[in-house]
Design a protein around this ligand. Structure first.
Ligand SMILES: [Fe+2]
Ligand SMILES: [Fe+2]
Length: 255
């Protein structure tokens, strides 16, 4: 029997554990053979851990984002023939470091690294074989294009595409507005208000659904790595484009 303990260390404890208290996760023995019941148990424990880590997160990146990414990643992984256990675990754990990310400072945006740092001892505590631990960590680290880290393994590509898909389509529009609402922004901003703003400018004062589509979201469908990811992204791209057009028509009173 393996016990996995986590306290409020420098990385902070799970939000469900009061400061100064110790959380103990009782985990299974880890035989090396394939065992669906044991995989299910690992996934159940990873889900519970990730859910606790997402407690108190904003609505744009709450645990429902993880659940959607999980379903998409699973679907893409089945289509691609990727290691399902690795993809499922990576999907559950890919954003667990978000709550630790400093809002300001020299490195404000590195939640992929923080997520991998938290996931490593958790996965080893489960007893997951080391090659699979490495594969999950690799997928988590490469779920966003930062510091030249493109997703190279098949599992990393499945997770990358699934995560980006959640920013597209009807759900993508809903999430964009959740974000804008959190930052006091409104429904519609005409192009003349933002077309001359530097695309690298991330200030919330210039944020809008219309601008976000133009500088980022409209390009996502061309940047998918898997066949199924590309197919779903094209569908969602068309849907999102239509939503933007309909918003414009309704704002102008045409519809
Ligand atoms: Fe992320
Ligand atoms: Fe994510």
């Amino acid at each position: 029997m393996i016990l996995y303990e986590e306290t409020h260390s420098h990385l902070g404890g799970p939000p469900c554990v009061p400061k100064g208290r110790k959380a103990t996760f009782v985990l299974m023995d880890a035989p090396n053979t394939s065992d669906p019941a044991r995989d299910e148990e690992w996934l159940m424990r990873a889900r519970a851990y990730a859910k606790a880590r997402h407690e108190g997160a904003g609505p744009c990146h709450d645990f429902s984002h993880v659940e959607r990414v999980y379903r998409l990643a699973e679907r893409i992984a089945q289509d691609e023939g990727a290691d399902l256990l690795v993809v499922r675990l990576a999907a559950l754990l890919h954003d667990i470091g978000r709550g630790l990310e400093p809002r300001m400072g020299p490195e404000p945006d590195r939640h992929e690294e923080l997520s991998a740092e938290l996931a490593a001892p958790f996965l080893r505590g489960l007893g997951l074989p080391e090659d699979r631990v490495e594969a999950v960590l690799e997928a988590i680290l490469r779920h966003r294009h930062r510091r030249g880290r493109a997703p190279e393994s098949l599992a990393a590509r499945c997770l990358y595409d699934a995560d980006k898909l959640d920013s597209l389509g009807a759900v993508g529009a809903a999430r964009a507005y959740l974000w804008l609402g959190e930052h006091g922004r409104s429904v519609y901003y005409p192009e003349e208000e933002w077309r001359d703003v530097d695309p690298a400018n991330n200030a919330t004062e210039v944020d809008s659904f219309q601008r976000e589509w133009r500088i980022k979201l409209s390009q996502l469908a061309q940047r998918m790595y898997t066949k199924e990811g590309r197919r779903l992204a094209r569908e969602r791209h068309v849907r999102m484009e239509r939503i933007l057009r309909e918003i414009e028509d309704e704002v102008a009173g045409r519809s």
